[in-house]
Design a protein around this ligand. Structure first.
Ligand code: SF4
Length: 362
């Protein structure tokens, strides 16, 4: 009995002691997964933060290095007018203004670009032959070749407004004429909007090819691959025309130009996938002069000047303008161009672009 009292007392004491311990363990047991999760999350967050921090630091260092490197405007595309006589559904430089710089101002800007290192100028639009029936363009072409002595002067046009007289007056100053042609089926051109009245775009292309040959201007073709021509086979026609380059672009969406509320075009129905573009390229891989340009290559590998001589930055999928080179100079304005010099070189932006070096069999 004596023995029983201390034993029962001891057991009670023990159970009283163990109860809180048990609840402590059970509490700890319940807490453990949460604690573990908290530690894991904290660790994860920390490593994420480290990863996150490391990446921007690397990127920003690269960006800073890139920013530190002065951009040379080796090759510039000057879209001096937005006006055009065609209505291509995917157009990404639309007639949002009718402004064209006075000739003297445009020449001043071109001189600034030459002093900053420009070697090639490409005049584009809109349609560059529309303003003053091509006289304005002719004066700029002549100025760039004769006064500025640029190695390469080129023009991109839809070809519909070019007359033989223009070649007679200015052909000698022009290195390359690029004509836009997306299809050799006239019905497809009409569907795209590359056409005006009864003019036949394909027949006109043949005529221009002959004039280029006769007046010693290198001939180039630009095509935009889109929903309406993506299945076409152009091999034979391109080979017969024998351009020095056949630039093949993937239809590109630019907010504010061919997409969005304030756009003048809606290019959505024209867009094709990367795979469809690749299939087109694959079908034409035997054409030696083909130069492909996917959306990725196009976006930031061009130095584009608008009608006010402002660089336009397309990096964010729209055209954000800098201040004009006429107001702040080339060095300052070009910082906002979004231009990727590495991509420019990667896409073969620098090539034999002077007709003197092309050694063409006219
Ligand atoms: S020809 Fe060129 S500038 Fe004119 S509407 Fe077509 S894509 Fe636009």
């Amino acid at each position: 009995m004596w023995m029983l009292v201390p034993v029962s007392f001891t057991l009670k004491l023990l159970s009283a002691f163990l109860q809180p311990l048990g609840s402590l363990w059970s509490s700890l047991g319940a807490l453990f997964p949460r604690l573990r999760a908290a530690f894991w999350l904290a660790g994860g967050k920390k490593s994420q933060q480290q990863r996150g921090r490391r990446k921007p630091r690397e990127t920003s260092r690269e960006d800073e290095e890139d920013r530190d490197l002065p951009i040379t405007p080796t090759s510039v595309n000057y879209h001096f007018t937005r006006q055009c006589n065609y209505k291509c559904g995917f157009c990404f430089h639309t007639a949002k203004t009718s402004f064209v710089l006075p000739l003297a101002e445009a020449k001043r800007g071109l001189l600034l670009l030459k002093e900053a290192g420009m070697e090639k100028i490409n005049f584009s639009g809109g349609e560059p032959f529309i303003h003053d029936r091509g006289e304005y363009l002719g004066q700029l072409v002549k100025f760039c070749k004769r006064e500025l002595q640029l190695p390469s002067v080129s023009v991109v046009s839809n070809g519909s407004l070019i007359r033989e007289r223009w070649f007679q007056n200015y052909g000698e100053y022009l290195d390359i004429l690029a004509i836009s042609c997306d299809s050799f089926d006239e019905q497809v051109n009409v569907l795209i909007g590359r056409g005006q009245g009864n003019k036949n775009h394909v027949e006109n292309l043949q005529k221009l090819r002959t004039w280029c040959k006769n007046y010693r201007v290198a001939f180039k073709i630009n095509s935009v691959i889109n929903r309406f021509n993506v299945d076409e086979d152009m091999k034979e026609q391109i080979k017969a025309l024998n351009p020095i380059r056949w630039k093949v672009f993937q239809c590109l969406i630019i907010e504010g130009e061919n997409s969005g509320e304030d756009a003048l075009r809606e290019a959505g129905p024209f867009v094709i996938s990367d795979e469809e573009f690749e299939a087109f390229l694959d079908r034409h891989k035997d054409v030696p002069c083909l130069v492909p340009e996917s959306n990725q290559k196009m976006r930031d590998s061009y130095l584009i000047l608008d009608e006010y001589m402002r660089f336009v930055n397309c990096r964010n999928g729209r055209k954000d303008p800098s201040t004009s080179i006429l107001d702040v100079g080339v060095e300052e304005a070009i910082k906002f161009s979004g231009f990727d010099e590495k991509m420019f070189l990667k896409r073969g932006g620098k090539y034999v672009w002077s007709k003197a070096d092309l050694k063409l069999d006219w």
